[in-house]
Design a protein around this ligand. Sequence first.
Ligand code: HEM
Length: 475
Amino acid sequence: MATTREGRTQNALIHARIGDEDRMSTTAQGSQWLAQQVRWTLGHALPRIAIAGAARRDELHSQFVAQSSTPDPTGAGDRRLHHLMDRIRDQGPVPQGRYGYVTASHAVVRQVLSSNDFRTRIIRDRTSPLARLAAWSAANAPMGPLRPPSLLVTEPPEHTRYRKLVTRVFSAQAVQQLRTRTEKIADGLLGDLQRGEPGAAPVDLVASYCSLLPVTVIAEILGVPNSERQRLRAFGTSLAPSLDYGLPRRRFRAVERSLIGFDRWLAHHIERVRREPGDNLLSQLVAARDDDGSGLTDIELRSTAGLVLGAGFETTVNLLGNGIGLLHRHPDQRAALGDDPTLWPNAVDEMLRFDPPLFRTGRTAARDTTVAGRAIPQGTTVALLLAGANRDASVFAEPHRFDITRTNAKDHLSFSTGRHYCLGAALARMEGEVGLRTLYERFPRLDLTAGARRRGTRILRGYERLPARLKPTSA
Ligand code: HEM
């Protein structure tokens, strides 16, 4: 958790409503504290030990885990990560490592993500004492992206039902209608940026543009009033590590506190939307009914809206930042976009392929199965390196070359595939295209300056800071 003044302000915003409501009996508090300790030990402390051990091992997956867990503010370690993923792929379609199976093969990642033999959650043998302890500690964990009924970790039949209701609301047509509004939001933000540029001092594009555009768009989609958007952004920043593993204890506790604060805020917001429905997608989701007339329950609504909010801006901010970083390093491609703006949609897919905002995911075998001729026993985890699949030479020619004219750039797996395929893919693509095109059209001479910094999160990959000079040529 940040300790800067901005960080303290964020904490104050997040915890504004937590306080008196938190008072409970000493016994209940003790039990909650213990459950939290167990969650941290199983989900973070033990993986931390494993990561530390991995650094000392020669085996490739261990090296990958260690390297991808090492803070890398300059991004200099990326080349090594890609080299490791290439070597993992060279070992075969799905090599076995110390932490289960791993794959960087495009075909295998696709196969596992599309298979009914795999699940998104770790499936534990419920009879073992450790599994019972894990189940007990999880029972009162705060709502979050990795806790049911979050779409990300539910499976049919529940998943099919939620997804059907949500997809109706997030249709391609609904996204298309948001394009003009997104252009206006981008224009407004860039106008503020231009007016606020303090002389020749660089501006941080992440803080003043890349993070603001997606949060403003998603806030409109979910009917969040203007006055609460700053708070929403603070939640996003503090919740970004919630997908990570191996968090230190203080950070883990801070994330859980933020999850509780976010959930309370969501309950309050959904209540408001119920009372005063508006012309927004959350109002539609609240009213959405299945063929049998049933809608989402309160918990399902909070979980879905929370996931959409979190996923909606913590990933897209990375797409925008990573795109700017790539165009800075490839001025020829940037010039090509200036000459032919119709290249933008494909350029966004190439950015997603080359520097994916979500680096990896995983699945667990629900039953004994076979993948690429290899037997995978029930309960085993397969680490799916999305970033590695995107650089598989059997699908992408010269995979380590960033090329915005690549004809099959869209075949990347950065939005996953199968039943958990990203619900916001169309929205993210549109925001990436509109956000970046508008930025470069407005500031054709925009230039990054020293001081760029990558984020410390492990699964979500992007920039924390991107200082730039705008050098505008037009008002
Ligand atoms: C560049 C931006 C984005 C990237 C790279 C991204 C990536 C992903 C990935 C990889 C998954 C699936 C994870 C898995 O299979 O294990 C996913 C799921 C999801 N994403 Fe996104 N996402 C982005 C933007 C968005 C946006 C803007 C929204 C919100 C509107 C969104 C909402 C969701 C939801 C709700 C799911 C869960 C779907 C399910 O499990 O059925 N995402 N996303």
